[in-house]
Design a protein around this ligand. Structure first.
Ligand SMILES: Cc1ncc(COP(=O)(O)O)c(C=O)c1O
Length: 236
């Protein structure tokens, strides 16, 4: 796999810790563990007494339950804990994107998934935030998204609050995404079916059985809770 240089991270890793003033930092003032624990002595002792061993690789049940509590309808089995957002981005793109797929990406953005998607053989189509001076905010152009999402779209990458503009998609903008994505899933299935029945003799990419995707799509559309994945039984 050929990986393009991630220019922003390259610039940061080269200069970030060498300069007196870093104007490229996107984070807020970092907290120390002491500030984070807010003077709670028992919590500080708990932290210092943690044995430094391998933890559960997908996150401890307690941590996953705490994360799941932030998302209505989610349970601990919906949560996978990773070492930061960049590992989560990597795992998601690695799992989902195959050569010949298209990825629609909201830009400007943190360009990690842009480079990964291209590295895994996809074409990235940029969905530009619109700087709406009249309303004083960056807004999502849903008509543009609808035009960009095509029969080969496998993934739509959205970053909200957005890096680097700080723009938040509104509830109405977010609600429109699954509707557009459902259309994309259908168009994706149709493309797979077309390729299955009309395989180009010169094709470098192996054709994929559309029934496999259809079975998964049907199953996931029926899922109402983690119990539908059989995870309840696994616990006993
Ligand atoms: C969208 C996005 N994903 C991932 C990252 C990197 O996340 P982490 O430092 O948690 O790996 C950033 C960093 O700014 C980001 O903006």
């Amino acid at each position: 796999m050929r990986i393009e240089t991630f220019e922003m991270e390259r610039m940061q890793s080269t200069y970030e810790n060498q300069v007196a003033f870093n104007l490229s930092e996107s984070g807020v003032r970092p907290l120390s563990p002491r500030e984070l624990l807010g003077g709670d002595a028992a919590a500080a002792d708990g932290l210092l007494d943690q044995p430094l061993v391998y933890t559960q690789s997908n996150g401890t049940p307690e941590l996953r339950a705490a994360v799941a509590a932030l998302y209505p309808g989610a349970g601990p089995d919906h949560v996978e804990v990773t070492n930061g957002g960049s590992e989560a981005n990597y795992v998601a793109v690695w799992r989902l994107v195959e050569p010949g797929d298209e990825v629609v990406m909201l830009v400007p953005n943190y360009m990690q998934t842009w480079g990964l998607a291209r590295g895994f053989g996809a074409t990235v189509r940029e969905w530009r935030l619109v700087e709406d001076r009249a309303s004083g905010r960056w807004r999502a152009d849903l008509e543009a998204l609808d035009a960009l999402v095509g029969p080969r779209t496998k993934l739509v990458v959205v970053c909200t609050p957005n890096n680097p503009t700080g723009a938040r998609l509104t509830a109405a903008e977010l609600d429109a995404l699954p509707v557009l994505a459902r259309g994309a899933a259908l168009r994706f299935l149709l493309t797979r079916s077309y390729d299955w029945f009309n395989t180009d003799g010169e094709a470098l990419v192996k054709r994929k059985d559309p029934n496999e995707y259809l079975r998964k799509l049907r199953f996931h559309r029926r899922v109402k809770s983690y119990r539908d994945y059989g995870l309840e039984e696994l616990r006993h």
